[in-house]
Every structure is written in C-alpha cells, then in structure tokens.
Ligand binder design. Structure first.
Ligand code: ADP
Length: 498
C-alpha cells in the first residue's frame, strides 16, 4: 500500500526531524527550510526562501557547487554527500563549521526537488580530532618510554655478559645467567618492537621515498638472515633482480626483514625464498617458505597487535608484533601486502610497490655484486698465502681487480701502483702487526680514507680496532657477507659509479 502524503503533512514531518532541512529546486534555489535551520545556520527561514543554496556554504566552495548539483541530478538517489570528506557549512555570522549532509531526491508537481538534511558535526568532529590527538600522545609516550628503557636493558645485558664470563667453573651460576640473558633478550626485542609500533603510530616517522634497486635491499637482507637460516639448516634463496621500485629502502628492508624472520621462525625444514617480479606498473616481492602455514580462518587476524596463532602445545616463539609492524610500514609506504598460505605446506607474503625504470647501471648494482663492480679494485692483506689467494680468486671471478699483499710493506708497494677502492685485511698479521696498522699506513700514503674490511677469528682481542670507515667480519667469513660488505662500501663511497 502506498500513501500519498499531503504537502501539509510532508512539511510537518520535515519540521519534526532533528536536522536542519533545506529543500532546493532543480536550479539550486531554496524552496523550503525548517525551523532547525535557524539554530544551525543563524538565519530565520524567511531570510533563505528564494536564495541560492550556495548561501549556506563557505565562499570558497560556492563556485564548484553547481557542478556537484548537476552530477546529483544526473543520478538522483538518496546518499550522504561527500562521503569520506569533511564538509563545511557557513553560519550567518560568517564562521564555518563541519557538517554531515544526506541528500534525497523527491518529485513534486513543480519538478524534481532535492531534500538536504544537514547536521552540525562540530561535536563529533572535535571528539574525533581529540581522540586522534590522544592516540598520538599515547604513542609518543610509549615511544619515549620504550626508547629510554632500552638503555638500562642494554646495560643489564652487558653486565650479565660480564658476569657470565667470570662465572668460572660454576655451571649452575652460568646456567642461571644464560636464562637471565634470554629474558633480557626478550625484553629488548619487545621494547624494540613497541618502539617501532609507537613511532609509526605517532606519525613521527616520515618515509624518505626514492627510486632504488630492489637488489640492493635484498643484498642487505641476505647478509642479515643467512646466519639465522644456516643455524636452522634452512636454504635461503634470494633471487637476484634488476627491478627497481619507488620506496624508502630502509623501511622496505625492515618490512621484508620482519617477513623473513617469521618465514625462518615458522619453517622447520626446507627453504625460504625471496623473488621479485614485475607486474605491470608494480613490482611484487614475495617471501615464500615451506613452513607450518596459517589456517585460513586465522589469516585475517595475524596482522593484529599481539595476535599469535595457537599451535597447540608449541609455545609461540615470537612476540606477536612483527606483522602489525609490517602492516603499519606497508600503510606508511603506500605498498600493498597480501598473504597466501596452506597449512603444512607453507606461506607466501607478497609486498607490491610502484615499479620504476632505473638507469641500467644502478639497477644492475642490485643484481648481485658481480657485473656492476667490474671496475672496483680490492687490496687483500693476509699473511696466510693460501687464504689470500683463495679470496683473490673468488673476487676476480666476481669481476674485481685484485691486489694481494702479505703485510704493511707489500701493501704500501701495491698502493703506489693503484689506489684500491676497498682493503680487505686479516686483523692479526705476522708479529704484532695488525690490519688496523696496515690500513692506517695505506690511508696516510694515498691521502684518502680508503674503506676497509677486517676479518678476524677473535673479536675479543679487537681493543684497538676502532677504525673509521670499516666493517668487521668474523671468521669463517661467508662469501655473501664479504661481497655484501664490499658492495656497501662501494655504494657508500661512490666507487661503483666510477
Ligand atoms: P610473532 O612474533 O608471533 O611471529 P607476528 O605478528 O610476526 O608475531 O605474526 C603473528 C602470527 O602469524 C604468528 O604468531 C604466527 O602464528 C603467524 N605467522 C606469521 N608469519 C608466518 C609464517 N611465515 N608462517 C606461519 N605462520 C606465520
């Protein structure tokens, strides 16, 4: 049954509603306003009759409003105006205030009309702004607290390690100290994660977006995660790529680092693989594992803070914050994040970012150390000839020019012929000579701070190794680590461009 309402009844209904109601005709002229309009806009109804509806808008929106009206007339249906935007009304006294507006088309004998119900949203708007600011303030407090708490935890860690070294034959004490260390490590990781989350939430972190080779980011990840994968007996396969993307490389590395650490953590056997694939105007980077997988009904929840999938008897290893950091980083960078998983078979997380074409040389730099560094010259200093020659062969195969010296004298002879881009030196050389002495002498001779890599089997005896522009690697050195360290030096010192 349909009821045809009399004009009188319709008007009474419009008067009864809680909102300021304005009815306009097809030309945007006000043909009716209810009494609420006086409270919201300050006009008495008589002031507005026959005026253009634009009189109720701030001046800067008036010119464009006709177009919005025309668009509504083309597809007239009840809807909220400017969904997702903050709309403003203009009071008779000139002040602006936020409004919410619902529009409804109605047919009348005089032609199509539009009924606009206008609600003053000042209170809601202020409440939302207040909540947003309160939330930011909470995040800033958490960031400050977790940052400051990390210092004493670091001091406790050092003291605990000193105690462990002096525990002597007291196995029970050593065991207690080791357990204490594990607890300290957990606190320290938790503080680092809370700091990350709160920094991201407080809006303090501004991404520095540039065009960069994806390979460069992946190279760093390889050296960071290879030891973890090795420890678990997993194969880490990071496929070389010449793709480039628009991103903040440091934040992307942190995002992918969280995914890689999860992939390794939740995989008992098999491999963890990172691939990069061009997909039209985007690059998709996928971290795929052969691990335990995530049940379908849990996939929607894993990005929430502190959410951990219940794996029965097995205690969760992580802290439950990794993926919420991933979600925030992806949001901040404007990158997409997706996940596919099959329980018992494995999981794949994919990050998508805008793809860019970089100059060939720069893009290749990420494709692995080999080709891009053909012009780099490396000086190897080692008194163990077999080691020196093996390293030399490896680096020559990677495309570097290599010189070998067994100590300071020979090193100074070699650099007289060609200044190296990087020096790789064993730290403890014959007699009391150290790699630091050799590097210092070479730097004085060539008059520049040639970057150095020190290789050592005993980090505890490195009291004097505090040499600038140098990287320290432990023996046995992994090839990937060595190449990545060279790559970092070349990139930082601009040698790759030569
Ligand atoms: P956690 O510190 O527990 O790893 P995250 O936020 O990083 O916290 O991950 C949330 C949950 O998602 C994890 O507890 C785990 O159950 C699940 N998860 C994340 N990554 C993987 C993965 N690669 N394979 C299987 N499960 C995963």
């Amino acid at each position: 049954m349909t009821i045809k309402l009399s004009d009188e009844l319709s008007k009474n209904l419009l008067e009864l509603g809680p909102d300021a109601t304005v009815v306009v005709d097809g030309r945007g002229t006000i043909v009716f306003v209810n009494a609420q309009v006086a409270r919201t806009f300050g006009y008495s109804p008589g002031d507005l009759m026959g005026e253009p509806v634009e009189a109720l808008l701030p001046e800067r929106f008036r010119a464009g409003h006709g177009e919005h009206r025309a668009r509504f007339a083309l597809q007239p249906r009840p809807r909220a105006m400017g969904e997702g935007l903050t709309l403003f009304g203009r009071h008779k006294d000139g002040h602006e205030f936020p409004v919410e507006i619902s529009l409804s088309p109605v047919q009348s004998d005089a032609g199509p009309l539009v009924v606009a119900a206008v609600r003053d949203a000042t209170v809601r708007h202020d409440t939302e702004q207040g909540l947003l600011e309160a939330n930011r303030a909470k995040s800033r407090l958490l960031a400050a607290a977790s940052h400051d708490l990390r210092q004493p935890v670091q001091a406790l860690t050092l003291l605990n390690q000193a105690a462990l070294r002096h525990a002597g034959p007291n196995a029970r004490l050593a065991d207690i100290l080791r357990q204490q260390q594990r607890a300290l490590d957990t606190i320290s990781q938790l503080l680092a994660s809370v700091l990350d989350v709160s920094k991201l939430d407080s809006g303090a972190l501004q991404p520095a977006v540039v065009d960069c080779g994806i390979g460069d980011v992946l190279d760093r990840l390889r050296s960071d995660f290879q030891p973890l994968a090795d420890e678990k007996g997993l194969r880490l396969v990071i496929e070389p790529t010449a793709e480039a993307g628009r991103t903040d490389p440091e934040l992307l590395r942190r995002l992918l680092g969280n995914l890689l650490s999860n992939a390794i953590r939740y995989t008992a056997t098999g491999r963890v693989q990172v691939t990069s694939e061009a997909q039209g105007r985007e690059v998709a980077i996928t971290v795929r594992d052969t691990g335990i997988g995530i049940p379908t009904d849990e996939v929607g929840k894993i990005f929430e803070e502190f959410y951990q999938v219940d794996h029965g008897s097995q205690r969760p290893e992580g802290l439950g914050l990794g993926l919420s950091i991933v979600k925030r980083l992806a949001h901040l960078l404007g990158h997409g994040i997706g996940v596919e998983s099959v329980v018992g078979q494995g999981t794949a997380f994919t990050v998508t970012l805008p793809r860019v074409a970089l100059a060939a040389t720069l893009a290749q730099a990420g494709a692995g150390a080999a080709a891009a560094n053909a012009k780099g010259t490396i000086l190897i200093v080692d008194d163990e000839l077999a080691v020196a020659h093996a390293t030399s062969l490896l680096l020559e195969l990677e495309g570097f020019d290599v010189q070998v010296a067994n100590g300071k004298e020979e090193a100074l002879e070699r650099v007289a012929r060609a200044v190296p881009d990087v020096i790789i030196s064993d730290y403890h050389l014959r007699g009391l000579e150290t790699g630091a002495d050799v590097v210092a002498a070479v730097r004085v001779r060539v008059g520049s701070s040639v970057p150095a890599i020190f290789v050592t089997g005993d980090t505890s005896k490195l009291g004097g190794a505090n040499v600038g522009n140098s990287i320290l690697l432990n023996k046995p050195t992994k090839v990937d680590e060595l190449l990545s360290a060279i790559q970092r030096h070349l990139a930082a010192n601009g040698a790759a461009a030569r």
